[in-house]
Design a protein around this ligand. Structure first.
Ligand code: DX5
Ligand code: ZN
Length: 216
């Protein structure tokens, strides 16, 4: 599968999202990763669908919305209308993961299921035939700048094997602590979409994206 870089605007300048998104697009990133947090599912607050609506006319990049909110099914229509291309929802955040993923697909977005570091692949086996992407968290969600948890690579390998055995076609994304070293571990384990926040936005964005790309 094609390797893709997904800078997270959680580490961008909150007063200059449009400028920063144009910058990552010019530098060759494939997706914009948008971290939505509600202060309940995680101990942090970010922003809602308004930011997606404002970024939609600014970029043609895939808008990859990562919902760190409880009961994300409530917001599906709203984010689809705002122009999100894909929505990732945590299996830990809803009692109705299958229905919620179906709702995302019916709204015309790519549907993705996310597992926290403490959640095993077994918890999402029944929805794997349904999803376009699986997001394996490589840190506990809530904040940028945390250390990559290498043990998560076993889950990436397991997901890549299952895809092969069962003929599924989801992409595998990793999120948290990705830099020019850990990206290689994730790639070797079988991931093909790499979210990076602090590594991309600290210092020179163009150089940082090239450093990541050179390891793929
Ligand atoms: C964490 C978010 C990440 C975050 C990653 O809850 O889901 O997308 O922005 O940041 P870094 O790359 O700094 O670990
Ligand atoms: Zn994220």
């Amino acid at each position: 599968m094609k390797n893709k870089i997904a800078p997270s605007i959680l580490s961008a300048d909150f007063g200059n999202f449009a400028r920063d998104v144009k910058r990552i697009e010019a530098a060759g990133a494939e997706l914009v990763h948008i971290d939505v947090m509600d202060g309940h599912f995680v101990d942090n607050l970010t922003f809602g669908s308004g930011v997606v609506a404002s970024l939609r006319p600014v970029t043609s990049l895939f808008l990859d919305v990562h919902m760190m909110v409880e009961n994300p099914e409530k917001y599906v229509e709203e984010f689809a209308k705002a122009g999100a291309d894909g929505m990732s929802i945590h299996v830990e955040a809803t009692h109705h993961i299958h229905g919620a993923l179906q709702k995302i697909k019916n709204a015309g977005m790519k549907a993705s299921v996310v597992i926290n570091p403490g959640t095993s692949v077994d918890a999402i086996k029944t929805v794997l035939p349904l999803v376009d992407m699986v997001l394996v968290m490589t840190v506990n969600p809530g904040f940028g700048g945390q250390a990559f948890i290498p043990e998560m690579m076993e889950k990436v390998t397991e997901l890549a094997q299952l895809r092969h055995e069962k003929g599924y076609d989801y992409e595998i994304e990793v999120d948290g602590g990705i830099d020019d070293q850990t990206i290689q571990l994730a790639k070797n384990a079988g991931a093909n979409i790499f979210v990076a926040g602090s590594f991309v936005f600290k210092g020179n964005v163009e150089e940082n994206i090239s450093k990541l790309r050179s390891k793929l």
